[in-house]
Ligand binder design. Structure first.
Ligand SMILES: Nc1ncnc2c1ncn2[C@@H]1O[C@H](COP(=O)(O)OP(=O)(O)OP(=O)(O)O)[C@@H](O)[C@H]1O
Ligand SMILES: [Mg+2]
Length: 212
């Protein structure tokens, strides 16, 4: 038996971490064996890579280096955390995964999109998520939430608004093309958004006969 793999995606400040945590607790409360993890990071090596990626001092970091570092963090994450958990029949919730690379590095950086897709295909192989929740929020609203919450912005958050708009467009395009991705409006109360997410997750669990 293989567990179900759920990822949370969306622009900065759209509520991914808030909702991922809620979903984790909800499913655990229902008796599922759940693992909550995040990217970049999720492992000791991955968290070290995360520090390089998010440190605003690393302004010289090249675009290709950035793509490869995200992919390296993901490879380690899959090998050490995600694949073993799924093989044990656990449900895995990852706060960001491959779609973030496509949106941020592929669309946001206007890098060679097929290159970003190909590198990630090699890393992810057949471990694409079963369900991806895309939290849909206007870029400005998300950034404003972050400004309110944090004293400083990380290397990616500090990018120009045009970059964030391209990332947003990338996410929308991915959702349009892929059935796996379910879009949830993230412009509302946390409870309302969560209810919508639970509906999507329960539909998926029913589909794979994993309702407890
Ligand atoms: N529905 C909501 N309405 C208003 N504020 C919210 C809502 N959901 C989360 N927030 C707040 O917005 C901020 C960003 O939320 P959160 O950290 O969950 O987003 P994120 O998508 O994980 O952000 P990041 O991209 O920085 O990781 C937090 O201060 C959080 O408390
Ligand atoms: Mg977060």
């Amino acid at each position: 038996m293989r567990g179900i793999f759920i990822t949370m995606e969306g622009p900065d400040g759209s509520g991914k971490s808030t909702q991922a945590k809620r979903l984790f607790e909800y499913l655990r409360g229902k008796g599922y064996n759940v693992v909550l993890t995040r990217e970049p990071g999720g492992t000791s090596v991955g968290e070290q890579i995360r520090n390089i990626l998010l440190n605003p001092d690393n302004s010289e970091l090249g675009f290709k280096t950035e793509v490869l570092l995200y992919a390296a963090s993901r490879a380690q994450h899959l090998e050490e955390v995600i694949i073993p958990a799924l093989k044990e029949g656990k449900t895995v919730i990852s706060d960001r995964f491959v779609d973030s690379s496509i949106a941020y590095q592929g669309y946001g950086r206007s890098l060679n999109l097929p290159l970003v897709v190909e590198i990630n295909r090699l890393v992810v192989e057949n471990y694409m998520p079963d369900l991806t929740i895309l939290l849909d929020l206007p870029v400005e609203v998300g950034l404003e939430r972050i400004r309110k919450k944090q004293k400083s912005m990380d290397r990616l958050e500090q990018e120009a608004i045009s970059f964030h708009e391209q990332v947003y467009h990338g996410f929308k395009k991915l959702a349009f093309n892929e059935k796996r991705i379910k879009t949830v409006s993230a412009d509302g109360s946390e409870d309302m958004i969560f209810a919508h997410i639970v509906k999507m997750v329960e539909e998926k669990l029913k589909e794979v006969n994993l309702i407890v």
